[in-house]
Design a protein around this ligand. Sequence first.
Ligand code: SF4
Length: 285
Amino acid sequence: MPVNALNPLANSASPAADSPAAPNNAVPAAHVSLSAKLDPAAAEPKATPPAAGPDPELWAELQAASAALESAAPWEILTWTAQRFGAGFAVATAFGAEGMLIIHWLAKHAPQTPIFNLETGYQFPETLAMVDRVRQRYGIEIELVRPELPVPLYEQLHGGPVYSHSPDQCCRDRKLVPLRRRLEGVTAWASAIRRDQSPDRSVVPIVGWDRKFGLVKVSPLANWTKRQVWQTIVAENVPYNPLHDQGYPSIGCQPCTRCVLAGEDERSGRWAGSKKTECGLHSQD
Ligand code: SF4
């Protein structure tokens, strides 16, 4: 696989053509003033919050915020979230391309935000090496959140690798359970998902309610394209997982991720050959 084969900039005649915000036009946090737009009365809230949702007042605020931030730059969305939720805001990262941009912007606009990685024990060495690269570049410490059982004991108790026959259970044990534990006390978190990644992700709001975890969930990159992401990474020299240059556009655990072929969907290398498409962090089931 040629280097950068999956980097859309490599095949782009006009990299900036669909970018709504040039990377170097980053708005300093002090210039972000969205509070005037976030009047809940200005929104057209649905009659009632979703089941297991927030109280009606917060629901109205979230809807107003989502509408006001729909065309905001991702770093403005992150800045608003950090200001609005303060110490209750935390970010999970898997060090994907989009996740690295979120770290890049948080380092500039909200460096106090806790960032953690779900260290399942099955991640690629290249992914784990990103912890040091983030520390060196931004001076930010990434917290590794681990399951209760280390991999050898977990596999011993289950008669071998659980991912090979029950990936949902493995994701639940190695990701979701530790995540729930880490999210205690957290009121808002951010996802790195883009609407153009999959049908499941196409309707994600900028600011919404994560009913699975009972949290506010912001998706600052929802409106961005893959090309915009890579354009900014290159322009701002953001560190990224070297596996992206080896045919892995989407990187999860090593046993459940393969490189993709030209023309394949960017997430087709995740749980390839099975019906599973999400680890469960960002689905609402
Ligand atoms: S992605 Fe695979 S190895 Fe990782 S937790 Fe899920 S099933 Fe287990």
